[in-house]
Design a binder for this molecule. Sequence first.
Ligand code: GDP
Ligand code: IMO
Ligand code: MG
Length: 437
Amino acid sequence: MSTSTVVVGLQWGDEGKGKIVDLLADRHDAVVRYNGGANAGHSVVIKGERFALHLIPSGILHKGKAAVVGNGVVIDPDWLARELDGLHARGVDTSSLVISDRAHVVMPWHKAEDELREKWLSEGSLEPIGTTKRGIGPCYADKATRGCAVRVGDLLTPGPLAKRLESICRLKTAMLSSIGGPDKAAYTYDHKATVDLCLAWGQRFKQYIQDTSAMLLDLQQAGKSILFEGANATLLDVDHGTYPYVTSSTCSSQGAAPGAGVPAASLGDVLGIMKAYSTRVGGGPLPTELIATEADCAMGDRIRQKGREFGTTTGRPRRVGWLDLVVVKYSARLNGAKGLSVMLLDVLGGIEQLNVATSYMIDGHPTDRITPHADWLARAKPIYQTLPGFGDLTKARKKSELPRSAIAYLDLIEATVGVPVRFVSVGPDREQTIEYS
Ligand code: GDP
Ligand code: IMO
Ligand code: MG
C-alpha cells in the first residue's frame, strides 16, 4: 500500500495546512477532511489566485482527485452550497466531491445556540470561548446526546426525517426561546419549514452523498494512498488542547481514524504544520503573545500585517506571539509527527532579532513540558533564546538559497522538537515552497 499522510496543525490553527494539503494532493489518491466544520478556513494560492476553503477538502483544486468530507465533519449545508457555488463560478470542477452520509448537519438552532451561549458567558462571571459562532459545539453536542441529531443521510429519507424533526423542532424551540430573550420568533423552529429546508438540502447534495468509510476502505484495499486533512489544530483539540478554550472535535492526528472511518494503523505518515511564530484567534492563553509592552505590541502588529493575520473564516485579527517550541514539541509528540512543515518563515524577514521560547518558568520551576490546561498555560512565563534575524526569503526555492541565519532558526526548531523539517514555506503561493529534507 502506498503511504498515506495526516496533515495536522501543531499550534492554534491557521498554520498553513491548506497550502500543504494542496501541495501534497498530487502525491495521494484521495484527500479527506476528518473533523471540524465551517470554523476552519484553509487558504490555497495558485499563481496569485487565492481560494478559501471551509468545508470542502483543499484537494478539490486538483481536477478529478477524490475530495471526501468524512463522517467526523459537521456540515452547514448553506455554507457548503455557497462554497460550491463560489468554486463553480471560478471554473473549479467539483464532481469529485464525496460527502459522508454519517456526517452531522449543523442546523439553524446550532448556530443560534452557539451565539446565545457566547453571549450568556460574556454577560456572566465566565469568559466566552470566542467561538466562530458557526454552531460547531452545539452540533457535536447533539451528535453525542443523539436524540436531536440530524445526519447527512437523513436528508434523503423524507418520511423518517419529518417524524424526527417534529419532536426536535418542538424541543429546540422550547429550549432556545426560554433563554433567547424577548424575540421568541427568532427561536421558533417551524416543523414544516424545517422539513422543507432539509429536503431541499438533500436534493442539492444527493449526488455527492455516500458511505465514505466504505469508499476509503476500498481505496486502501486497492493500495491507494489517502491524505487526511486536519482542521483546527492540536491546541484546540477537545481533549488535548487548552480546554475550555478549544473547539469540539479531535483535531489531532488521533481523530483521523474515527473521523474518516479507517483503521488507525492505516494512517501512515504524520506531517505537523507549524507557523514560524504563534497566532491564536479567540480566547485562551497564548504564552508568547506580543502584548506586554508598546514595543511588543508594535512587533505583533508588524507580524500581523505582513502575515495577513486576519481570520480566513471570521476576519477577526489574530493574536500574535513569538514562536513557542514548548507547544510545538508537545504537539509533535502527541500527534506522532514524523516531519515538520515550517510555514510563513518569510513573514519574519527584516526583523533584527528573533525570540523563540524553548522552555517556561511555571510557579517558580523551569520546565520544557506543558500541561494543556488553560489555567496552567496562563501561568507559564516563556524563557526565550534570541537568534539573529534574516532578510527577504520569498525568492528562495532551495535550502541552499536560504541565509545561514534562517537555517540556524530551522536548526533550533529541529533540535528542540526532535523532528526533521521537511518543508519550508516562504510565501503563500504553491511555488514558494522549499523541500527541505
Ligand atoms: P490553515 O487554516 O492552516 O489552512 O491556514 P489559513 O489558510 O487559515 O492561514 C494561513 C495564511 O497564511 C493564509 O493566508 C495563507 O495564504 C498564508 N500562507 C501560507 N503559507 C505562507 C507562507 O509561507 N508565507 C506567507 N506570507 N503566507 C503564507
Ligand atoms: P483552521 O482549520 C483558528 C478557534 C476559534 C475559537 C475556538 C472555538 O482554519 O486552522 P469553534 O467555533 O470551533 O467552537 O471555536 O477555536 N478555532 C480556530 N482558530 N483556526 C481554525 O481552524 C479554528 N477553528 C476553531 O477561534 O477560539
Ligand atoms: Mg485557517
